[in-house]
Design a protein around this ligand. Structure first.
Ligand SMILES: Cc1cc2nc3c(=O)[nH]c(=O)nc-3n(C[C@H](O)[C@H](O)[C@H](O)COP(=O)(O)OP(=O)(O)OC[C@H]3O[C@@H](n4cnc5c(N)ncnc54)[C@H](O)[C@@H]3O)c2cc1C
Length: 416
């Protein structure tokens, strides 16, 4: 290896979706260590997550194995009113349209697969032997960062030094202010989301059989978004999609915040109160409410986002993921942006990268990623309610055609 291709020491703060995807990409060339404040199983709710073609294209390029995860391909929408009356269905094959699928999976399974890709032996993943596994350090979060030297202070007061620091510590990032020079906090949107995952077994016990719309998906082995809207001016809706080979269903119940909960302002997650949600959806179809009743995990999020940040980089450190651009799940693009950010770090794996060149490369990453994420964030804000199929598809075109950082730089160069 030429001397200017010496592996860099990369420190990643946070083992969420952004941090682990970045670890997988950067291990191709560098010595990566991920520092996580929690246990190996941290940040793993039982709920689902959907990935659109803009991120599945990247996931497929890094060997993400849908079969291990029981991912379900989603091929359209079904729209109903609150009494269960069918309004319209639309097939929408994203693989045909954008060259990669829309898939859903259990969040815990998704993160486990990213962890495997970051830490499994190179030969298991078909990588070159020099792509050594990322090292993981659990239960030792970062509490301070010097962006010029790349020194990170950990909770146990030890100090580690890196050539590149990737700050991927989530929506309530502790290190964001070290990059921005001032603290910036999230803002609430006035909407609350209750998220549950429920197994087919439980629903069959409670209802005698699966609702027909679930059974259909099981028989086809293919899923779709099942959208139930109040359509009475209250902005309430429920969106359900299948997980784990259609044996589970993720349900998001979105409504205007009824009462503020101190703890949900501090974290995305808070244990929810089913009775309160059932009261908000009192006039909705009974079978849906039964599915909520028998779900064993109910989490509430008072939806929040971040104002677009003025910068993502300082010295040898860069913000990625929710730490850089937390957005509400109304377009389901948060984790997709995290994966796109990780792909942006591919610039650090190109030939000729040196320690001295890191700050400039991070600026180039930011020059593509920040405007892109701001656009998606603002688009998400304008999706304040579920819109018509035509509106939705126009946004899909914008979101799903992102060509990755190398493609985006090529497009920029061609436009000059
Ligand atoms: C209700 C809801 C539904 C959603 N649905 C979707 C969806 O369908 N599709 C989609 O694309 N996105 C969705 N999102 C958004 C998605 O979950 C986030 O965008 C994504 O998790 C961001 O990943 P991240 O790695 O940046 O942050 P996280 O996944 O939050 O990870 C941050 C990690 O950093 C760790 N950490 C924090 N502080 C420190 C520290 N000081 N030191 C070390 N480690 C630290 C945390 O413990 C955690 O492990 C949804 C969000 C919500 C709230």
């Amino acid at each position: 290896m030429a001397s200017n291709d010496t592996p860099l020491r990369v420190a990643i703060v946070g083992s969420g979706i952004a941090g682990l995807a970045a670890a997988r990409i950067l291990r191709e060339k560098h010595d990566v260590t991920v520092y996580e404040r929690g246990e190996p199983s941290v940040a793993t709710g039982g709920q689902g997550i959907a990935n659109f073609p803009n991120s599945t294209r990247i996931l497929e390029s890094i060997g993400f194995d849908y079969r291990r995860v029981g991912s379900v391909e989603l091929a359209g929408w079904n729209s109903l009113d609150k009494h269960g009356k069918h309004l319209y269905s639309s097939d929408y094959n994203m693989r045909e349209r954008y060259g990669a699928p829309l898939v859903s999976h259990m969040r815990v399974d998704f993160r486990t697969e990213l962890l495997r890709l970051a830490t499994a032996p190179a030969e298991d993943l078909g990588l070159v032997a020099s792509a050594i596994p990322a090292t993981t350090v659990w239960n030792n979060g970062a509490i301070d960062l010097d962006t010029e030297t790349g020194r990170i202070t950990l909770e146990d007061e030890s100090v580690v030094e890196a050539d590149v620091v990737i700050v991927a510590d989530g929506i309530h990032s502790q290190l964001r202010n070290k990059i921005l020079g001032e603290p910036i906090s999230t803002q609430k949107t006035g909407m609350t989301c209750c998220r549950v995952a429920v197994s087919a077994e439980r629903v069959e016990q409670a209802l005698g059989k699966l609702p027909q719309w679930w059974q259909d998906q099981r028989e086809r082995g293919q899923g779709y978004m099942h959208l139930v809207e109040a359509l009475d001016g209250t902005s309430r809706f429920v969106i359900a999609y299948p997980l784990r080979d259609v044996n589970w269903m993720n349900m998001s119940w979105v409504f205007q915040t009824q009462k503020e909960r101190k703890h949900t302002t501090e974290s995305w997650h808070a244990d929810g109160d089913k009775d309160e949600i059932l009261e908000v959806y009192d006039d909705f179809d009974n079978s849906l409410k039964t599915m909520l009743r028998v779900a064993d995990q109910v989490k509430l999020w008072e939806l929040q986002d971040l104002e677009p940040l003025p910068t993502w980089t300082s010295g040898r450190a860069i913000l990625i993921g929710d730490a850089a651009h937390a957005m509400t799940p109304l377009q389901g693009q948060g984790s997709n942006m995290a994966i796109e950010d990780a792909d942006g770090l591919r610039l650090l794996t190109q030939p000729g990268v040196t320690r001295d060149g890191v700050p400039e490369i991070l600026k180039t990453v930011e020059s593509v990623r920040r405007p892109r994420a701001i656009k998606v964030l603002l688009n998400t804000r304008s999706t304040s309610k579920i819109s018509s199929a035509a509106d939705r598809y126009a946004k899909f075109d914008e979101n799903c055609t992102y060509p990755g950082i190398l493609g985006a730089l090529k497009q920029q160069a061609a436009a000059v």
